[in-house]
Design a protein around this ligand. Structure first.
Ligand SMILES: O=C1O[C@H](COP(=O)(O)O)[C@@H](O)[C@H](O)[C@H]1O
Length: 223
């Protein structure tokens, strides 16, 4: 793990956007198209806004989420809405958006169509992950009902996930799909998450799923 510390959150949002732009450009140099898989939640908005203004061949970048909360688009907890409002604007409006949500009533009903679209995006070229204070990443939650299946080597691309700590059902890319990424960055902010990160470095991934992705990752942190 490579820890990159920034003096504050604004510097992180600028520095991380810059780093992601560089690795996306490098990936685009060697491939006709690249896949860029990103988190939702509260942390990445400013980084996404900075990145959206970068001059890139966005029409060759296929963008999709790590995970989604099963809520309608436009809902305040929709990761899709965050993505469209903050990253897929400005120059990045030309990026190819790959859905992680649809109108199906349940994750189980929605997954087959979503998997069909995601399959051709793999392996992930550039992965950005977030992390919760419980050590979850994507929607791989400690204690999640499908966690064991989602962490297995033979997992499908997507699985539903439900856990008592969360308001709504989720869908998530599974460990093997995320761990296959060619390049991994993790975005965390605040002292509490820094302490969680230190614990996660020694943890069993079933207890703190972020642990499964740290070894080869660049972790970007600001207080
Ligand atoms: O629920 C989620 O949580 C994590 C972390 O979010 P944050 O608000 O603590 O930054 C996020 O990475 C994931 O995509 C999201 O669905």
């Amino acid at each position: 793990m490579n820890l990159i510390e920034y003096s504050d959150r604004e510097m992180l949002a600028m520095g991380l956007a810059d780093r992601l732009a560089t690795v996306l450009k490098l990936a685009l140099d060697g491939h006709d198209r690249v896949s860029f898989c990103v988190p939702g939640g509260t942390s990445p908005g400013e980084t996404f806004s900075n990145l959206s203004g970068v001059d890139l061949d966005w029409d060759r970048v296929h963008v999709f989420l790590n995970d989604e909360r099963w809520v309608p688009e436009g809902h305040e907890r929709s990761n899709t809405t965050l993505l469209k409002d903050t990253l897929l604007t400005d120059r990045a409006r030309r990026a190819i958006y790959v859905p992680m949500a649809n109108d199906a009533e349940t994750p189980e009903a929605g997954i087959p169509a979503l998997e069909a679209g995601l399959k051709e995006q793999l392996p992930i070229s550039v992965l950005l992950l977030g992390m919760g204070t419980d050590g979850h990443t994507a929607s791989l939650f400690p204690g999640g009902d499908n966690l064991a299946e989602a962490m297995a080597e033979d997992a499908p691309i997507l699985l539903p996930m439900r856990t008592e700590s969360q308001l709504e059902p989720r869908i998530t890319l599974t460990r093997r799909v995320l761990a296959d990424a060619m390049e991994t960055h993790v975005l965390i902010m605040g002292e509490e998450k820094r302490e969680v990160l230190e614990r996660a470095r020694r943890a069993d991934p079933m207890d703190m799923p972020i642990a499964a992705f740290l070894r080869d990752a660049d972790v970007h942190w600001a207080p």
